[in-house]
Design a protein around this ligand. Sequence first.
Ligand SMILES: NC(=O)c1ccc[n+]([C@@H]2O[C@H](COP(=O)([O-])OP(=O)(O)OC[C@H]3O[C@@H](n4cnc5c(N)ncnc54)[C@H](OP(=O)(O)O)[C@@H]3O)[C@@H](O)[C@H]2O)c1
Length: 309
Amino acid sequence: MKTARIHEYGDSSVIRYDAVPRPRPRPAFGEVLVQVAATSFNPTEAALRAGMLQAFFPVDLPYTLGWDLAGTVAEIGAGAEGFAVGDRVIGRLDSGGAAAQYVRAPAAALVAAPASIPLAHAAALPVAGLTAWQAVFEHGKVTAGQRVLVNGAGGGVGGFVTQLAKHAGAEVIVTASPRSTQAVVRQGADQVIDYTAGPVSAALDAPVDTLLNLVPLSPSDAAALAPLVRPGGRIVSIATPIEPAADAGVSAIHMVARNDVAHLAALVEFVDAGALGIDISESRPLADLADVHRRSEAGQNRGKIIITP
Ligand SMILES: NC(=O)c1ccc[n+]([C@@H]2O[C@H](COP(=O)([O-])OP(=O)(O)OC[C@H]3O[C@@H](n4cnc5c(N)ncnc54)[C@H](OP(=O)(O)O)[C@@H]3O)[C@@H](O)[C@H]2O)c1
């Protein structure tokens, strides 16, 4: 079967398209074999590929990329429960492997795929959706009537964050550049600030209750965002930590999303209820994965990109 793997850390050219034997579920691990419909690109995987995560996320090389999985169960291993051959599933695979035609996956990490959208599109959901869910509800504690600023709404996580914050009943102000304006408005943004046109603070008429930061920032850009939150408010960052002034009375957290099948199942319910749209900006074949990595590092990607084998 075809895979996209790295044998060494480096720039996007280290991604190789290797043919390897199809894996089998390992009996002691409660695994199933899944025929992959799609994985999706997440920029953190580009950081892994570059070797930037070695200290806290060591992997064995060669490493098959692909944390997001959408596919069809093809084989049930001993001890794997809850699924039958032919079931459509999604999951976040913490040891990767979905950038391939088949992958073995722990059954416990999978949930039924949304029924209302094409299976391959659902590959956009696990990593970005879980991150958004936990940022909005768990750490941001976004509730009705709050003013929320989403910095970086044009990205893969941002599309879900805007929709979930709107679902919670918040007034949602987002930053996006012109290429993403239509998408963020479709996702429910009440106000769009073009971050390429000047400082965000100049376009904001009053402080916000919650700042959800979804982009890596320079120290000066991070420092400029902190005062936009009112005393008693909250800052959640999934990228660069943002530190409020000591006397600002603002709480701040730098979060790392965890794999949680209950949250993933809740996201699937939202999708099937029509409460959460999945906005696929591009669908690319596996052989283009290195190009998708390269473009991400050049700032040329937007929204969610799915990768089909
Ligand atoms: N902590 C965690 O658990 C966790 C989980 C997932 C991701 N992450 C990290 O979170 C970040 C976002 O992930 P993602 O998948 O959403 O990335 P992504 O899809 O690659 O995000 C790209 C978007 O970032 C926007 N952007 C870039 N610079 C910006 C700026 N200065 N201000 C506002 N928007 C800006 C661009 O929006 P426009 O199109 O509007 O220009 C672009 O579309 C990445 O750094 C990723 O590694 C962390």
